[in-house]
Design a protein around this ligand. Sequence first.
Ligand code: HEM
Length: 512
Amino acid sequence: MAFSRLIEAAAAAEAPTIVIVLLLSFIFYLRRRNSSSSITRLPPGPFQWPVIGNLHQFGRLPHLSIQHLANKYGPIMWLRLGYYPVVVVSTTEMAKEFLKTHDLAFSSRPKSGVGEHLVYNYKSMGFSPYGDYWRHIRRVWMTELMTPKRLSSFRSIREEEVCSLMRSIWEKSEQGRVAVNVSKAIDWISSSIVWRTVAGKKCSEDRDGKDLCDMVKRLMLTVKEVNGREIIPCIGWFDLQGVTRRMKETHRIFDGVAQNIIDQHINGRKREQSSDVKDIVDVLLEMADTGAINIQLDSIKAIIFDVLTGGIETATSSLEWTMTEMVRNPDIARKLQQEIESVVGKHRTVTESDLPNIEYLQCVVKESLRLHPPAPLIFPRESTEACTVGAKRYVIPPKTRLMINVWAIGRDPAVWEDPLTFKPERFMGKDMDIKGRSDFRMLPFGGGRRGCPGAQMAIGNMELILAQLMHCFDWRAEGDPSELDMSEALETSLSRKHNLFAVPTLKLLNCI
Ligand code: HEM
């Protein structure tokens, strides 16, 4: 999240008004500070300025800023982001305290304009506070939408889309003569698979498909902008009209698309009543029809929102980094190709049934998620009750936001040997949980009750796409692979700052 843009927004507002707001906030801040420090023992942290708190200490890559602060203040810190108190943790041990010992107390999400206006008054699972509604929707996700049986029913969608990606890469590279934009190809495949899984629609490269993909980007950017502005409510107020207008406009566009998808499903079902693969909207409408589960139209639309916003950009940036590591580390790429060939051979393409037999592939995906987690700071949680944490028995008051620096945890030298080296072998022979349930050494999917419900789907998609890309082609960087630019950019997820380009050479004729 680009916190510096908030400061720019503040500078754009009227100076005298800002001075008055600053003064009032300073008085308010002193009163709050005195009252809270007398009853709690808070973790250490840097001085908090009135109004902005520690916002000025966050750069465009907040996980780096936080790591820098943690080097000085320790694995648990107390900060203020604008108006909101935040506890920040940066080690496995502290993350375990919050995601295991105090998971329930930190299982809510803060109130937000996005939750209220964009996602049907907190009907989205990702934005809804902890409570009956969240539990109900989580049950729908886990027992109906993301079961192994349901995910395997989407297999033909994935295999078809991946095959067409291979053909398109070969065409775009002019039969291996020029470099292709690997980032763009990955973005396209992630969008296509998720759109077809959720709505049966192809996110093709024609006008319609592009509009759908653009809409998801618009949704993500709105979420980011609104969340950012809410950090300093008094600055948000200056632009209340603008932000609310944009949010309502985005909501209107999304609602139109979601309603259209639902109408097409209802009409389609009336005509044919059967289809080879039931997509997520089919499943939800069927449950609503039969009364198997109590689910309203707004909740169905909010689930569509969650799958699109939760499932596309995260998977795209993850795979983009994985392919970057493959191009940068030719020996590892070769080893992966040999492992794939030893299971699949040289005369057919990879299928999903092959994946569990290619252990090194799973290790490569894990290693990539360790070093390059798409969500470097898990989405904000908020405490619902006070709790005491750590050996020093810090008391964290209710309504505190939790930030876990997943990026720093995955690179912690106290936990990982040679942490900055891409070394998939470290996972060989170990069945390590990376979903934050029993192991907290890496947390790409968050953890505890609120952990990512789409983790299995994401891992399955990543493994299949990566296996196919590496089985079908050799990949070569345009220059020296060890010089490949590794700069990060945090837009809606932590991705490469610059697109990855590489030249493919065909290894397997069946792929095209
Ligand atoms: C590589 C891909 C993905 C990554 C790295 C990722 C990461 C995350 C993280 C870090 C969280 C926050 C967890 C927490 O607060 O502890 C989360 C939540 C969530 N993710 Fe994912 N995710 C991915 C793919 C997906 C997919 C494919 C879907 C949908 C099919 C999805 C849907 C969601 C939803 C709905 C939530 C909110 C859960 C809640 O608040 O109860 N994610 N994800």
